[in-house]
Design a protein around this ligand. Structure first.
Ligand code: XMP
Length: 485
């Protein structure tokens, strides 16, 4: 027997602890929720889990618009997951750097097909050397008759006068020009008149509507994607080509040889995207992943609401201790941590930050929003959405089964998760507003104006079973339970 068999200390989780209220000059409405994940700034420190009942393009778009970031799941072929990245990247743009264009010889029907395929309302017309000669928009073709569809686009496009702006025009200047000329699309040209970009009213409207959006340098929404340890390089290559901002090596046991070699290979081939790896629950695990190339480490084993790892494998670590132990090592190494799993209320988010997280990953809490995959189900008068573990029998029939190594040699997977459902929770934006409202409130109680402040000054206290009972509504018959978040 290993003489040091006991890890040495008692491990705690969210419900074991509370933040001690402290002197505060901070108003919840004024706190700053921004965080930095290895150079990518989030105005809202929330990530959506890489699960097939949580994050596909619609949810990734919605969470990036409110300042977080989504991690696209990998229970998809490489082609399909790459297409999801493209959907997010095409959802909005500051300036479209390589706009789709047509030659002057193209027919009106070709232009219609192109616009319908790419869901765009106009297309610049360029000579073969790239020189812009006109722009065809919905307005130009609205009343065309059938016999006109074979005619060239030059018969319908707007060319004189053609409003353009030089490359480098900023968004404010572009808004002024669009307004002055009452137009909706502004092509940008270089000194030779070659089309070099396009700014549209639609994209500007989105920037105004979603001021906290997580965007890249080109003004496109940022997105992360999960990869595993089997088709790693091939998948990473396709995702990087599609413009993914973060790669997440997504495994149940990150402190392992397969993950370390995958990280080394990815970092060497694709140094650009932020590399996240996990999951681990110990300082040794953090150090190992960082030395193999991880820029950010993800923490949590068996904490997830749909996880059965701790029951099936007898392994894991209560989540607050896991975050706290990992944070000590991560701080030394200057690497941010993501707390992943077990968060079922906004108060848990506050506690995760106090323990040392730089962002939290949510599965359960986001699986019930409109933008999550899956239909609504009406059960006993309430609305629900499906939520299942990526280690559940159903999910492991897909491509992400290498997340859980167990049982593969026998050809049979051993499930480490359940298939379930969660309460429907409406639109992501409104629901996230509730969660960040709770986080703001917690920061107010701790007197912390920023997340860094929260980590430095907040103290935690252990609660007993009686204390926990007192924390929840008690000795009443609850008639509305919106407090749960
Ligand atoms: P929550 O608590 O937000 O947790 O629902 C989401 C996280 O749980 C992990 N995950 C699993 N863990 N078996 C596990 O042991 C599973 O089947 C499973 N599926 C997801 C994952 O880290 C996710 O982000």
């Amino acid at each position: 027997m290993n003489e040091d068999v006991f890890a040495g200390h008692e491990a705690l989780t969210f419900d074991d602890l509370l933040v001690v209220p402290d002197w505060s000059e901070v108003l919840p409405a004024d706190v700053d929720l921004s965080t930095d994940l290895a150079g990518i700034e989030l105005q809202t420190p929330l990530m959506s889990a890489a699960m097939d009942t949580v994050t596909e393009a619609p949810l990734a778009i919605a969470i990036a618009r409110v300042g977080g970031i989504g991690v696209l799941h990998r229970n998809l072929s490489i082609v399909d997951q790459t297409a999801e990245v493209e959907r997010v990247k095409l959802a909005q743009a500051g300036m479209i750097a390589a706009p789709i264009s047509l030659s002057p010889q193209a027919s009106l029907s070709e232009a219609e097909v192109l616009m319908a395929t790419h869901k765009i309302s106009g297309v610049p017309i360029c000579e073969s050397d790239g020189r812009l000669v006109g722009i065809l928009t919905n307005r130009d073709v609205r009343f065309c008759t059938l016999d006109e569809y074979a005619k060239p686009v030059t018969d319908f496009m707007t060319s004189e006068p053609l409003v353009t702006a030089p490359l480098g025009t900023d968004l404010d200047e572009a808004i002024a020009i669009l307004h002055r000329h009452r137009i909706e699309k502004l092509p940008l040209v270089d000194e030779h008149g070659v089309l070099a970009g396009l700014i549209t009213v639609k994209d500007i409207a989105k920037r105004i509507e979603y001021p906290n959006s997580t965007v890249d340098d080109a003004g496109r929404l940022r997105v992360a994607a999960a990869i595993g340890v089997t088709d790693t390089i091939e998948r990473a290559e396709a995702l990087v080509a599609a413009g993914v901002d973060m790669l997440v090596v997504d495994t149940a046991h990150g402190h392992s040889a397969g993950v370390v070699s995958a990280l080394e290979a990815i970092k060497m081939r694709f140094p650009e995207p932020v590399l996240i790896a996990g999951n681990v629950v110990t300082a040794d695990g953090v150090e190992m992943l960082v030395s193999a190339g991880a820029d950010v480490v993800k923490v949590g084993v068996g904490a997830g609401s749909i996880c059965t790892t701790r029951v099936v494998a007898g392994a894991g670590m209560p989540q607050m201790t896991a975050i706290f132990d990992c944070a000590r090592a991560a701080r030394e190494l200057g690497v941010p941590l993501i707390a992943d799993g077990g968060i079922v209320a906004s108060g848990d988010i506050v506690k995760a930050f106090v323990a040392g997280a730089a962002a939290v990953m949510l599965g359960n809490l986001l699986a019930g929003v409109d933008e999550a995959p899956g239909e609504l189900e009406l059960v006993e008068g309430a609305m629900w959405k499906t939520y299942r573990g990526m280690g559940s029998a159903g999910a492991m029939r897909g491509r992400a089964s290498d997340r859980y190594g167990s049982g593969q040699s026998s050809g049979k997977h051993v499930a480490e998760g359940v298939e379930a459902r969660v309460r429907y929770s409406g639109s992501l934006a409104e629901f996230v507003g509730q969660l960040t409202g709770g986080l703001r409130s917690g920061m107010g109680y701790a007197g912390a104006a920023t997340l860094a402040d929260l980590q430095h000054r907040a103290r935690l206290v252990r609660v007993t079973g009686a204390g926990l009972r007192e924390s929840h509504p008690h000795d009443v018959a609850v008639v509305r339970d919106d407090w749960a978040t």
